[in-house]
Design a protein. Sequence first.
Length: 126
Amino acid sequence: MTDFNDAMKVATSGMKAQAARLRHVSENIANTDTPGYRRKLVSFRTVMDQGTVETGRVKLDRTALAEIYDPAHPLANASGHYDGSNVKLLIEIADAREAQRSYEANLKMFDQVRQMSTALMDLLRK
């Protein structure tokens, strides 16, 4: 039964990691139009003794911020420009889709292990 538990731990850690990734992607999408906002990047690391995955430190994307021309904006400098965000909606949507599919794959693995352990318990009862 420990193999089933280990497989469930791996699937659960994958779902937690992808849920965290999806949370940060949604924050990025929500702040697309926030001046000075830097995109958050989530990294993953493997816990070697358990074979599970965890999210690492959240880092800020250091690519240049978009320079937006709007002299009427309160943050505009003397030339009429202000710093926008570096969030690209297309990239965030692709990241969200990838995180969703990875989450679903881990969920299917979890469900498969649960079904296998239930079937094994039913066989042992007979």
